[in-house]
Design a protein around this ligand. Structure first.
Ligand SMILES: Nc1ncnc2c1ncn2[C@@H]1O[C@H](COP(=O)(O)OP(=O)(O)O)[C@@H](O)[C@H]1O
Ligand SMILES: [Mg+2]
Length: 255
């Protein structure tokens, strides 16, 4: 089956902040491997170290112990999407989407064509020359997704990308992301505190404990690909969600 090596591999990954006696043990130890083409969701209670793990994966933070390796080629490195969009307010929508391509030195004409293609795919064609301030939250997050995917990353890191959106919009963007990642087969590590989101999107769902976050359960949602958001209303989905919710609830309520 394809390439043998995981795109992302964490071993004994641990992170603390500060020093004794005020040290905060934020994460770990965590062992995790994400295979090429796999969509892995990490769910866990607020403050359990999910963002810390993703920031380490993105190279923004160092582990205190253990390691996290990313195996991507330099021409298609990892791309990260945050919950607060992370798009540039002073650039037009088109320029935002072209940004990563400019960094990769894709020639201007090709970059414009690829950006326009992503604009169309995300339903933003009419907004190419608008500034983000003129867009709704959902549209801004679509810009962020288009910008990340336009560089055709080998690994997509997403930290609660839909957390700031209302429930309806969130469902719509989940379904869009499902369709996109099933067509591109982009390897994805997706962090959320929503079980439903994790079960809709993931090949594998990893449940984390309260801080310091460790992986306490793993499930493979048994829904064939390509799947659609319709699985949300199946009995299997509800049963799996209830089962994992029981686990999470125990973590959310301190003993
Ligand atoms: N830079 C930092 N300095 C000190 N503590 C931090 C820092 N970043 C995160 N933490 C703490 O580490 C824990 C995990 O945070 P975080 O990774 O943001 O959790 P999550 O994303 O799961 O909500 C929290 O207790 C948080 O307060
Ligand atoms: Mg977080």
């Amino acid at each position: 089956m394809g390439e043998p090596y995981p795109k992302l591999e964490a071993t004994d990954l641990t992170r603390t902040f500060g020093r004794a006696p005020h040290q905060v043990h934020a994460l770990g130890p965590v062992d995790l491997a994400v295979s090429p083409g796999e969509f892995v969701c990490l769910v866990g209670p607020s403050g359990c170290g999910k963002s810390t793990l993703l920031r380490i994966a993105a190279g923004l933070l160092r582990p205190s112990r253990g390691r996290l390796e990313i195996r991507t080629s330099s021409s298609h490195p990892a791309a990260m999407i945050f919950q607060d969009y992370g798009i540039y307010d002073w650039k037009t929508v088109l320029a935002n989407i072209r940004f990563g391509l400019d960094v990769q030195r894709v020639p201007r004409r090709a970059a414009n064509a690829r950006a326009a293609d992503w604009l169309a795919r995300m339903g933003l064609a009419d907004f190419a020359h608008a500034y983000p301030a003129a867009l709704s939250g959902g549209m801004r997050q679509r810009v962020a997704i288009a910008r990340a995917l336009a560089v055709e990353p080998e690994l997509l890191l997403m930290d609660e990308p839909f957390a700031a959106l209302d429930a309806q919009l969130r469902t719509i963007l989940q379904d869009e992301l499902l369709e996109l990642t099933q067509s591109t087969r982009t390897t994805t590590l997706f962090v959320t505190h929503s079980l439903e989101e994790a079960l809709v999107l993931g090949d594998r769902v990893l449940v984390m404990s309260a801080r310091p976050g460790r992986i306490i359960a793993t499930r493979r949602p048994p829904f064939a690909r390509p799947r659609t958001g319709g699985i949300r209303s199946t009995a299997e989905f509800t049963a799996l969600k209830d089962e994992l919710w029981d686990l999470l609830r125990k973590e959310a309520v301190p003993a």
